[in-house]
Design a protein around this ligand. Structure first.
Ligand code: GAL
Length: 664
């Protein structure tokens, strides 16, 4: 069963017909059909054009375009149109507009200008969602609902009085009593003891650092407040159109929203991905976020937006060179997307996104962009059978949003240099380079299907999560500064690694961050179990972070050489569990050893040439050459390249920016 009732892979993009005359619509649908577009996202920012005054709807233009699209065989991902509240709502209820941490109410004139806790906003969105659902419930073009748009993009949080009230309600539900809250927040520190709920406020701009427990709860609340907006609309859609799947477009590895919770509220996950063509690490970063999307519901997802070429919101917007749009699109398919969609179909002539690329550029059809759009549409059709197939990963990287929020709290940590996305990437990149399939997982998920589980960091770790890790029978790797605090951001009794102490067989006596620009030498040591170093490199380098470890029943795999921690353990092992008390420049030696002992290999079974990415999806092996040189890749089996139809066996030479999809 696909994501929607459209067969095969989805191909299309955001379409904003309200920016064009109806003559242009005729050309649009004709060209869409020519390019093989089978779905478009419509009405994302259309609230002010659909509801022109409170309760006064003008659906005429939307009726006509939906009919026209359907007549040309194009399905519709229909937005509920609630991403930008209309001017009349904002003027009637100025408190719909969000307020920043310094107390400034933000003006109308951009998009997403709403306070997530505003009753007027929520009532307005629900009314519009109901009107949309009732109007289009039986429209044959409707195949999915797109609620809001990129929650957390411009508006992540709002600090207004209404949000403060909502926050208090949320806190009351979490803690029940003020005593509970005072104790969880540790308000005995810095004289913050609360005696009445009305005294509580969002972490607005204050003279100094705000209580980190308050900030952590604020992050939880803000993610939940936006989710409540999504859920209010979803409820209406499910009531009126129970069979139409509902999604909202995620923003890759986004700090602010707990996507495990969000994904549970959707029928399928969709993502907007904008890897920077100027960033050499872009393919690896994209792969990480695609693997997250696949892992959120452990099933295929949808690339709902990507840029055909340049975006318009970076300081310097570099286009995609010929072939890169195709390569990046195939990459999303390789990692489990059931389609390739773009922002946007036709390039805008006005507004902030007039220089953003589109499938159909300003220059029209006699352009490189359009030719690449046509060619990609044909490739997507050739790969139709990939839809619905899944990936089996033997390695999981743990990601927990609450821990991430705690790790990156402002002004209260031993070092603010530990950033979760970089930590995830430092493990993910070498796995990706080996062609090893990786899932992301929350620390409380059943992990028994994996051979190797890596927690790059679990600053916040509860006893339950620790018990889940202890129950994991495979190879576990835990990164530094883990098991430090509980769910209330209070340091575990006895200090780090708190509930992980028995599992790791050690205590962290002191955190020893390394000043910027300095390094610490680390050298591997003989593993008593083998009589030889377990790590295949003798000299390693630590940077940014180290720890004074005291071992209980773990042994050292590597120790610091020189410096303040000279001779102390840096990397340790207890049974099948490895702990790193520092950030190593190169994780390869640790990873090699763990993967070898676990018997985990890349999907091709052979080493990959640099720049080549390999992913298996069902019976399909995607080989993508992101490098600048042709690469010869040994094949694990004979089969057919679905992109060219040619039979392949032995090995294949892949040109730069080209790809092979081997069916075997
Ligand atoms: C996304 C957004 C789209 C469009 C796009 C441009 O963040 O959802 O509406 O603005 O970026 O890259």
């Amino acid at each position: 069963m696909g994501l929607t009732r459209v067969p095969g892979l989805l191909f299309g993009g955001d379409y904003n017909p309200e920016q064009w005359s109806e003559q242009v619509w005729d050309q649009d649908v004709r060209l869409m059909a020519e390019a093989g577009v089978n779905v478009v996202t419509v009405a994302v920012f259309s609230w002010s054009r659909l509801e022109t005054a409170p309760g006064v709807f003008d659906f005429g233009w939307l009726d006509r375009i939906l009919d026209l699209l359907h007549a040309h065989g194009i399905a519709v991902d229909l937005a509920t149109a609630t991403a930008t509240p209309p001017p009349w709502l904002v003027r009637q209820h100025p408190d719909v507009q969000p307020v920043d941490a310094a107390g400034t109410r933000l003006e109308f004139g951009s998009r997403q200008g709403y306070c997530p806790s505003s009753p007027a906003f929520r009532q307005g969105t629900v009314r519009l969602a109901r009107a949309m659902a009732e109007r289009y419930r039986d429209h044959p073009a409707l195949v999915m609902w797109h609620i809001g748009n990129e929650y957390g993009d411009h508006t992540v949080e709002c600090f207004c009085e209404e949000s403060a009230r909502d926050f208090r309600r949320w806190l009351e539900a979490r803690y029940g009593t003020l005593d509970g809250l005072n104790s969880a927040w540790g308000t005995s520190c810095w004289g913050q003891h609360y005696t009445d709920w009305t005294q509580l406020a969002p972490p607005r701009k204050a003279p100094g650092p705000v209580n980190p427990a308050q900030v952590l709860d604020w992050r939880r609340f803000s993610s939940d407040a936006l989710l409540a907006c999504f859920e209010a609309e979803r409820e209406v859609l499910k009531e009126v159109t129970p069979d139409i799947p509902v999604t909202t477009n995620f923003m890759s590895v986004l700090h602010h929203l707990d996507y495990w919770k969000w994904a549970a509220a959707e029928d399928f996950v969709s993502d907007d991905a904008y890897p920077d063509p100027a960033d050499p690490q872009a393919p690896v970063k994209a792969a990480l976020s695609y693997d997250l999307m696949r892992s959120l519901k452990r099933r295929p997802w949808l690339l709902l937006e990507s840029a055909p070429s340049a975006v318009s919101w970076r300081a310097v917007n570099v286009p995609k060179e010929p072939g890169v749009m195709r390569l990046h699109s195939l990459q999303a398919l390789a990692h489990g997307s059931d389609g390739v969609m773009f922002f946007q179909w036709r390039q805008a002539r006005y507004g902030p996104e007039k220089f953003h690329s589109a499938m159909l550029p300003h220059g029209g059809t006699d352009t490189r962009q359009w030719r690449e759009t046509l060619a990609l549409g044909a490739d997507v059709r050739r790969l139709a059978e990939v839809a619905g197939s899944t990936t089996r990963a033997e390695v999981a990287l743990l990601l927990d949003w609450e821990s991430w929020w705690g790790l990156e709290a402002p002004e209260s940590l031993p070092s603010d240099r530990l950033r979760l996305h970089s930590l995830l990437l430092s493990w993910y990149a070498p796995l990706h380079g080996r062609g090893i399939a990786v899932d992301l997982a929350p620390p409380d998920r059943d992990l028994s299907g994996y051979q190797v589980v890596i927690a790059p960091n679990l600053y916040l770790c509860t006893a339950e999560q620790a018990a889940n890790l202890a129950a994991f029978p495979g190879r576990l790797v835990v990164g530094p500064f883990s098991g430090v605090v509980d769910a209330a951001d209070q340091v575990h009794d006895g200090g780090a690694p708190g509930p992980l102490r028995e599992l790791l067989g050690l205590r962290v006596e002191e955190f020893w961050p390394i000043p910027d620009g300095r390094t610490q030498e680390v050298s591997a040591e003989a593993d008593p179990a083998r009589g030889a170093p377990a790590l295949n490199t003798v000299r390693l380098t630590a940077r940014t972070w180290s720890e004074w470890l005291e071992l209980d029943d773990a042994h050292a795999l590597a120790r610091y050489r020189g410096g303040p921690l000279d001779g102390r353990p840096a990397v340790t092992r207890r049974g099948t569990v490895t702990y790193l008390g520092c950030l190593l420049d190169d994780l390869t030696p640790v990873l090699d050893e763990v993967l070898d002992t676990a018997g985990v290999t890349g999907v091709t079974g052979a080493e990959l040439p640099p720049g080549v990415e390999a992913c298996r999806r069902g019976d399909h092996l995607f080989l993508l050459n992101h490098g600048a040189a042709a690469a010869t890749v040994p094949l694990p089996a004979s089969g057919t390249d679905l992109l060219t139809g040619r039979p392949l066996h032995g090995s294949v030479v892949i040109a730069p920016r080209d790809a092979v999809v081997l069916k075997y």
